[in-house]
Ligand binder design. Structure first.
Ligand code: ZN
Length: 410
């Protein structure tokens, strides 16, 4: 649609990254209110904008929690090493430190903050009147007295989905017998149904397909003979109900509280509900589709099949003194980030007309105080390009944008 509007001259490019167009005609009628739905994940957060029941825009926001954790760890190691070298021994003191009650680790806080950035951006561009967020994995209200409830196998039974999510949380999302992770898990009866085992949750666990097949209707003591510790652990874990605290995700609650500060109506939902909606509507698994399925959903129409892929890249670092791998200072940097109007990480286009490097280059720039920049294009990295040749296309905002053209619904 964007392409045809641009070709017909009805719209113009407003921004390159993320690719945005603007209509040339003034639109008089007020747009209808939209819903924003959010599925917060540990690595990727799904975002979807809905007009009535149709998804009109979607995005997948990739977080950089691990990178932040690694960077903090490296800094700590360097400082520790230096302190040990340069000062007398001092005992570690950590009991005289205090943290706010709402404190979150930097890697987790970043997840909340980047999501809020996008919520704020979207509310600026689009008339959003309500936000739907997946707050909890399973709804304890729907799983009343979970340890006594039994699982329903019929597809489309919301109750069964909530219980499955409950089991996933309880068994740590891995096979109880072999510990396999990131594999499809099946609901497994510890005492086989054919041997009189019940459907109660205290008789259920999760196992990978091969373990489920191998166990068949064997008794757990025969199946895991030679591993008495494992048998004991599985039986005791099956009997113990999941603690409420285990299911409370502090990051999601922080996000929920932050979302409420926008003044919009915030509705919450459970992961069981999301999965139930997605399976009932026969939609493929993707973060943005999960986001669209958050909350009570009767039907869903996908007006788009290309989510905007947003990747958090951060804003560089504040390190003034770079070190080599032994922690010795090797390079220094000025406090200034902007040189000749450019920042490292901006995307520029340079048309070089003189010298050895004649040509056109487009890519991310690395700036130097001297005004001699490096440009990383898709293929090569060219150095020594004068700032005079550079024209900015995109000013770094801490994100990288992409459209996945390969998406075909799988
Ligand atoms: Zn297994």
């Amino acid at each position: 649609m964007a392409r045809s509007l641009l070709k017909a001259g009805k719209a113009a490019v407003f921004r390159q990254y993320p690719f945005t167009i603007i209509l040339k005609k003034k639109v008089a009628d007020t747009p209808e209110n939209c819903k924003l739905k959010i599925d917060p994940g540990s690595k990727v957060t799904g975002l979807a904008l809905l007009l009535n029941d149709s998804v009109i825009w979607a995005a997948e926001l990739t977080h950089r929690g691990q990178q932040i954790k690694d960077a903090n760890w490296r800094r700590r190691q360097l400082r520790r090493g230096r302190r040990n070298r340069k000062t007398r021994y001092r005992q570690a003191r950590f009991f005289n430190r205090k943290r706010r009650d709402s404190w979150l680790a930097p890697s987790l806080n970043h997840r909340v903050q980047t999501t809020m950035t996008w919520v704020n951006r979207l509310t600026r561009f689009c008339p959003i009147n309500s936000i739907y967020q997946e707050l909890i994995r399973f709804d304890t209200q729907k799983v009343q007295n979970p340890e006594v409830s039994s699982i329903e196998y019929q597809q489309g039974e919301l109750h069964g989905y909530e219980i499955r999510e409950y089991l996933l949380e309880k068994w740590g999302r891995k096979c109880a017998y072999c510990g396999a992770e990131n594999t499809p898990l099946e609901v497994e009866h510890i005492q086989a149904k054919s041997k009189g085992g019940s459907n109660r949750i205290s008789n259920l666990t999760l196992s990978c397909h091969s373990c489920n097949q191998a166990k068949s209707n064997l008794d757990i003591k025969d199946f895991l003979s030679g591993k008495p510790d494992l048998i004991k652990r599985i039986i005791s874990q099956a009997k113990a109900p999941l603690k409420d605290a285990a299911a409370v995700n502090s990051t999601r609650w922080k996000l929920y509280n932050d979302l409420k500060t926008t003044g919009l109506e915030v509705c919450t939902s459970s992961g069981g509900m999301t999965k139930y909606n997605r399976c009932r509507l026969g939609l493929p698994k993707a973060h943005w589709i999960d986001a669209a399925c958050v909350g009570k959903t009767e039907s869903l129409k996908l007006e788009t099949n290309q989510p905007l892929l947003i990747k958090s890249t951060g804003h560089g670092n504040r390190q003034m003194c770079g070190t080599n791998k032994y922690g010795f200072p090797t390079r220094h940097r000025s406090r200034q980030q902007v040189h000749q109007g450019f920042k490292t990480g901006d995307i520029v286009k340079a048309v070089v007309t003189k010298g050895k490097k004649i040509g056109t280059y487009k890519g991310r720039v690395l700036v130097r105080a001297s005004g001699s920049f490096d440009i990383s294009t898709a293929k090569v990295r060219v150095s020594g390009i004068s700032h005079k040749y550079c024209v900015p296309i995109y000013k770094k905002d801490g994100y990288q944008y992409e459209f996945n053209s390969q998406f075909n619904g799988n």
